[in-house]
Design a protein around this ligand. Structure first.
Ligand code: ADP
Ligand code: MG
Length: 713
């Protein structure tokens, strides 16, 4: 070995240096960079060019034809602000490229006037004719050369700049150039071994940073970006795979007896046979729970696929062994609904109790949410301690301090993207290595699941229980004229003995405002469009008792139409409901609409979903169109990813686990798979990353404290 692996520069070193240490930054520019979020030398290094300006692909101004789209580069000759009477001011600019002049006109972009005469710029836009002269209106503009800058390369990196912070692309280019020049003698420490890089066709890190900032050909820039994107995903995957293995290594879990009488009695008492998928998933869970390593499994299943029965089975496996179970829901309404469902499904079951006359008692189920009274809380605390509560259902109130189980055997988390790794760990900590089952109804594309749930084993319920009928979905304009036939259809269904949901518009602001809007919509419908029908109202601000009462009346068909906020999104289960009207449907996310629609189509009757909307943006149109053309959750999830990109995946969760500067989904799926494979093989050979100190350091820096338990044996 000739090279010292530690000789190269590490990212951590650069993270610990303020950007102002670079001469090109200095004290003047430093606060402006900071305003753009660039504080350290590492931030600057990772502020990659947005794109590269290709000088070979530039038109001569003299040759431009009217109507043509073209890129032109030239020198700014004259800048002026025009202030026509009674109209808004605009900026006019003349550019000269040696062949001819072109006029540029900028509306609503007064800051363009700050560009100095003599600046070299590039513009891209459509050529049109105005008062006999060719011009471009509001073209895309990049400032190319800075004062005194030599921009002779063919590919010129263009950085995201900030008008507000007064930082320009040429300044960023200069800073990057200095950074590269100063790092060149040592080069960068590479977290990935040479042979792996060669086998995967990846360039080394030193070359990647060089080429991303100063490529001599487009292909070099692409190769560099691939390598750096790979690094981003590799860090995450090493974290996730290491977490998964740390959990598997643990031998201190509970070896549940999965063949007890309670589960058998539960299955025998169900009013339906289990689906094949349910049987398979239950077998996977049982095999996990029987092993000494704690279970860490994700159960993915469409709305209505029957996850509750699976979850209850897991809970009862623990209960029949004398342990307790916890079931955590994302919302109060859901927790209440689940508690009711469980109570009724468990009504006939008995567990052993030596201190009672018959030697047995019903399964103890309790509900804990933020609304639970102090008295009930005390009662629950006692029941948890003396073991008479077997199953505790609730919201995140379950993970609060002071909730203590005598013996937690399994925790089920119905998460809908609302809980994160940390909360999972807190609930786990309420027991001694309990088994954990995470459930989600949000269909997640495979690669995305690999990013968010890469530390869990996965099970799926793909097929719905038999006896479901399809749902017809239509987008309908929101005007009174267009919506009135929808209300006629609602009436017709109700006349036929069915029930309906009306989902209220999504209003921004507090829960109180949402509740107010729902109350108004309810009053309006009762007065006008749905007058004479039996209406009910459900929103999150209502008292639990009232919510329960409304749900019970709806379930028992004392209410025809339930006017509700998105509190009905998941879990609500009334098979007789066959119509759903969603107000302002264009304001809901695609998967949220899918979840909502999952409330209907649960029985044997044909169901109808009406999405009231006049979508304006292309994205909204695409979402609604997707809803009409598919009812398959996985298909919709893939669509959602295409429409929204990886923001769809990382929305509310796990900021620490994702720090993507270049990586994008679904575009970079192949790189994710590659990174996963490399992460696995690295950890196979070197579980503690003893021989990969650089990689280990980067994973630590990504995950912070969360990394603590990953690499200890
Ligand atoms: P999820 O929680 O996955 O959305 P649920 O567990 O609420 O779905 O189940 C939806 C409905 O299907 C419930 O009414 C449930 O009783 C019913 N169900 C569950 N499993 C079966 C089955 N194997 N056969 C028929 N119906 C079932
Ligand atoms: Mg459910």
């Amino acid at each position: 070995m000739t090279e010292q692996p530690t000789a190269g520069i590490t990212l951590r070193e650069l993270r610990d240096k303020p950007a102002s240490e670079l001469k090109a930054v200095g004290p003047k520019l430093a606060p402006r960079l900071e305003a753009m979020g660039l504080e350290t030398v590492l931030d600057v290094l990772e502020h990659y060019p947005r794109r590269y300006h290709d000088r070979t692909n530039v038109a001569d101004i003299a040759e431009l034809a009217i109507g043509e789209q073209a890129t032109v580069t030239g020198e700014v000759k004259k800048v002026s602000v025009r202030r026509p009477r009674g109209r808004r001011p605009f900026v006019e600019m003349e550019v000269f490229d040696g062949t001819s002049y072109l006029r540029l006109t900028f509306f609503n972009q007064e800051y363009r006037a700050k560009i100095a005469e003599g600046t070299e710029i590039s513009v891209f836009g459509k050529v049109d004719l105005y008062r006999g002269r060719r011009q471009m209106v509001n073209p895309a503009l990049d400032v190319l050369g800075g004062p005194g800058e030599q921009t002779t390369g063919i590919l010129l990196p263009i950085y995201a700049q900030s008008g507000k912070a007064d930082v320009h692309t040429w300044q960023l280019r200069k800073i990057a150039a200095e950074l590269l020049q100063r790092t060149r003698p040592r080069g960068f420490a590479d977290p990935v071994d040479d042979d792996v890089l060669r086998a995967r066709g990846l360039v080394d890190r030193t070359r990647a940073y060089e080429d991303v900032h100063r490529p001599s050909a487009m292909s070099d820039a692409t190769t560099a970006r691939n390598r750096l994107t790979f690094d981003e995903f590799l860090r995450m995957q090493v974290g996730l795979v290491a977490r998964k293995r740390a959990l598997e290594r643990d031998r201190s879990g509970i070896e549940h007896d999965v063949n007890g009488a309670l589960v058998a009695a539960f299955h025998a008492g169900l009013p339906f046979p289990l689906t094949k998928d349910q049987e398979n998933v239950i077998a996977e869970i049982a095999s996990d729970m029987a092993r000494p390593a704690p279970m860490h499994r994700l159960l993915q299943g469409e709305v209505g696929s029957g996850k509750t029965v699976v979850a209850l089975t897991a809970l009862l496996i623990a209960v029949q062994c004398g342990h307790q179970g916890a079931f955590m829901s994302p919302t109060e309404v859901l927790a209440e609904q689940h508690e009711l469902t469980m109570r009724s499904l468990l009504a006939d079951l008995r567990v052993a109790a030596d201190d009672t006359l018959l030697g047995e008692r019903p399964v103890g189920v309790a509900l804990l949410t933020n609304r639970t009274s102090a008295a009930d809380r005390r009662r629950i605390a006692d029941g948890l301690r003396d073991g008479t509560i077997d199953i505790l259902v609730g919201t995140h109130a379950l993970i609060y301090e002071g909730v203590e189980f005598a013996d937690l055997g399994v925790a089920v988390i119905d998460e809908q993207h609302r809980f994160g790794v940390e909360q999972r760990d807190v609930l786990r900590g309420k027991g001694s290595e309990p088994d954990v089952l995470v459930m989600t109804a949000t269909p997640i594309p495979r690669t995305a699941a690999m990013l968010i749930y890469g530390d869990l084993d996965r099970s799926q319920l793909r097929t719905l229980p038999a006896g479901r009928s399809p749902i017809t979905t239509e987008v309908v304009g929101a005007s009174p004229l267009e919506r009135s036939p929808v209300y006629e259809k609602v009436r017709a269904q109700i006349a036929a003995g069915r029930q309906a949901y009306v989902v209220c518009p999504l209003v921004e602001g507090s829960d109180k405002l949402v509740a107010k809007a729902a109350t108004e919509e309810y009053a309006r419908l009762e007065r006008e469009d749905l007058a004479g029908l039996r209406l009910g109202l459900l929103h999150g601000q209502m008292h639990s008792r009232d919510k329960e009462a409304v749900m019970t009346r709806f379930r028992e068909h004392e209410i025809d139409v339930l006017v509700a906020t998105t509190v009905i999104e998941v879990g609500v289960d009334v098979p007789n409901a066959t119509v759903m009207v969603v107000e302002d449907a264009d304001r809901f996310g695609l998967l949220q609409l899918h979840q909502l629609r999952g409330r209907i189509g649960r029985g044997a009757h044909q169901s109808f979903c009406y999405l009231l909307a006049d979508p304006v943006t292309n994205e909204a149109k695409a979402r609604l169109q997707a809803m009409v053309s598919s009812s398959d959750g996985f298909e919709l999830a893939e669509r959602d990813l295409e429409i929204r990109g990886e923001g769809a995946v990382f929305g509310e969760r796990q900021s620490g686990w994702s720090d993507l500067k270049l990586g994008r989904l679904p575009r970079d799926e192949p790189i994710v798979m590659e990174a996963r494979a490399v992460a696995e093989s690295i950890l196979d050979a070197d579980p503690e990353l003893e021989h990969h100190p650089q990689l280990r350091e980067e994973v630590e820096d990504l995950l912070g404290d969360a990394v603590e338990f990953l690499f200890k044996s």
